[in-house]
Design a protein around this ligand. Structure first.
Ligand SMILES: Nc1ccn([C@@H]2O[C@H](COP(=O)(O)O)[C@@H](O)[C@H]2O)c(=O)n1
Ligand SMILES: C[C@@]1(CO)OP(=O)(O)OP(=O)(O)OC[C@H]1O
Length: 164
């Protein structure tokens, strides 16, 4: 089969509510903030969106079917561990990750000062070179629940190749 016939694209999305009393973790990095994301795991919306994009590219379902949000095993889970587990499951089915692009929609805090750390963390978690990984940040121009700082949303697209 041609190289093009072996390419698979995947898309992922996640949103978590911002609340008091939780640490804000994005891309595997702790970001100092008065509010953190609520979830069963560490609620790392960026890693969840990327995990879902990988599962999508491989036609392997979604994050909740692999790691149930009612399973005590995943309470407070490090989403980096879940992401690495999915990359390994995909590898066993013959899929290799090529690149990731992603967007965080986050009115506050400002993510630019943390971008290099998130970029490096994501590259390391995914076993990809830095030039195959991208993270973008957007405010929501103060519109809606994202603009009111009630939540952070993440979107991701990945490209994968199947076979040798
Ligand atoms: N939480 C955020 C949001 C955005 N940025 C950076 O600001 C730029 C402009 O954002 P707009 O939403 O006004 O288009 C954006 O391109 C990011 O570089 C940020 O650092 N943290
Ligand atoms: C990751 C899981 C599992 O701990 O829990 P949450 O942190 O609530 O995250 P969500 O984005 O709802 O996705 C799937 C869950 O099963």
């Amino acid at each position: 089969m041609s190289e093009i016939g072996r390419l698979r694209v995947g898309q992922g999305y996640d949103v978590h509510r911002l609340v008091e009393g939780r640490r804000l973790i994005l891309g595997g990095v702790h970001i100092p903030s008065e509010l953190g994301l609520l979830g069963h795991s560490d609620a790392d919306a960026l890693l969840h969106a990327i995990t879902d994009a990988i599962l999508g590219a491989c036609a392997m379902g979604d994050i909740g079917t692999h790691f149930s949000d009612t399973d005590p095993q995943f309470e407070g889970a490090d989403s980096g561990v879940l992401l690495k587990n999915v990359i390994e499951k995909a590898r066993r089915k013959g899929f290799t990750l090529i690149n990731i692009d992603s967007t965080l929609i986050c009115q506050s805090p400002k993510l630019a000062p943390h971008m290099a750390a998130m970029h490096s963390s994501l590259s390391s978690l995914c076993g990809l070179p830095l030039d195959a990984v991208n993270i973008k940040a957007k405010t929501n121009e103060k519109l809606g629940y994202l603009g009111r700082k009630e939540a952070i949303e993440a979107q991701a697209v990945v490209l994968m190749v199947k076979g040798e």
